[in-house]
Design a protein around this ligand. Sequence first.
Ligand code: FAD
Length: 527
Amino acid sequence: MGRALPMRFKSSIDKSEPWINFLPASPFPDHHELTVATNLSYDPAALSSAATDFGHMLSNPPAAVLFPSSINDIVCLIKLANSIPVPFNIAAKGCGHSVRGQAMAGNGVVVEMTSMNNNNNNNNNNNHTRIAISGNPSTGYFADVGGEQLWIDVLNATLEHGLAPVSWTDYLYLTIGGTLSNAGISGQTFRYGPQICNVSELDIITGKGDFVNCSPQKNCELFHSVLGGLGQFGIIVRARISLFPARKRVKWVRILYSNFSEFAKDQERLISINGREQEGALDYLEGVLLMHDGPQNSWRSSFFPTSHHSKIVSLINQHSIIYCLEIAKYYDHPSLDAIDKELDDLFDGLNFLPGYKFEKDVSFIDFLNRVRNGELSLRSQGLWDVPHPWLNLFVPKSGIAEFDSGVFKDIILKRKVTTGPILIYPMNRSKWDDKMSAVIPDEDVFYVVSFLYSSGFDDWESMDEQNKETLRFCNSVDMKIKQYLPHYKTQEDWANHYGSKWKRIQEKKNEFDPKMILSPGQNIFNP
Ligand code: FAD
């Protein structure tokens, strides 16, 4: 289980020598090592980019970076790692939007998956070459998508056919392989399940270098292990994503609450209507906290009319925390009246603050891509590539009131160190598949709570300390939370995180990546 890239491997490349000669006996009949060598880089800029991530809190440089031009390059790299006595680690990297080094491989090789986009097999520059759409009304429609593709490109390509996936993340500049390795959640999850539950087939390169096609019917153990599998069992090179007719417009509404229990009760009521074809069901529901700095618009897009800002600020001053419930309903042009009527009926039964309802009517694509403008604005101010001490938790419904009082009202309000959105919204366990590796609380309804902080380079530790205090509080009251996009330092913590799934996770690791080569930055098998 050694972790460093062997010197033989390194020095041969450094000197531009034909490093194939350095191998004792080539395991590759057709000398694909040469392709790997061609696409391996020691360029300082490539190494430094692969040594960091969106979190900007740690740096762990690899020994080399692979820019694959084909699936075969990745197969060969993994086979090479397996063929030598002391294997080196390999991490697939999507966009490096992880925050705790999960896509890093210290002293190993980082595979820059997005280079598959530039060097696709047809050797042209069409980004959509690895997005193929097919199907018919009786089988349903689907997109076959390279693991390196971005969700925004999947959206654009599928919309050309009047189709779209149903389960999304808030931000679309994430890769298919990266979100499927976690779960892929957003305001649609309560109704359509996470992204991992909207995939019917995968092509995987396992940690042994085997190319395997899998689905719930074929090689199902690998299929279920990889989905939510934190990159531990194989590299996703293709996913088949279910598609449905896309709608054209979105009614997008925010309503405000001062009372947490009314806010939670209304959220839970709204997500209880969740059948795929069920009348009255919303397409999207999220919640966000407003406090300290008022309704200023972060990267989660502007919404409140400026004329209402002072009114909302005084509301926040009065109550300290205001809970904002955000919902969306998709529609096509002629059905606007029907949608308005449906939403009015729905609002009739809700207990939000009268006079605090704000609406927008936007295109489908603008709604799904709503975070992009905020990102561009932060980038232009130099506030995007800064530390992000994020914490994402799944909180069981039974503990959410205690979480509100113990964390939001006690820890967060008192410390006042928040910069960035805090999201809170519920999900239905029934929309998840327990055979997959993703871990969720053991209750029918649970909440995601996301502390999406950004900070300066010298003060992220105070926010991280606040995260630790939050986790300590949850432990002290035995709340049985689970981390999403988890980060742990010891194997004991991982065993605790996985609970009854831990034995299976270990068995599958031994089966699909016995030399423990893949995604070392998760710190599960090589802490
Ligand atoms: P990376 O960070 O590059 O990789 C993540 C992990 O997956 C690593 O362990 C890596 O080795 C592994 N991996 C990468 N590609 C593959 C592959 N092809 N096969 C196997 N393993 C692979 N998440 C949500 O669920 N919902 C959201 O709404 C959401 N919003 C976000 C908003 C922003 C601004 C950011 C920065 C992140 C957000 N995320 C969200 C988190 C995001 O899902 C994770 O960062 C995820 O890891 C995807 O990022 P990535 O594609 O850059 O993957």
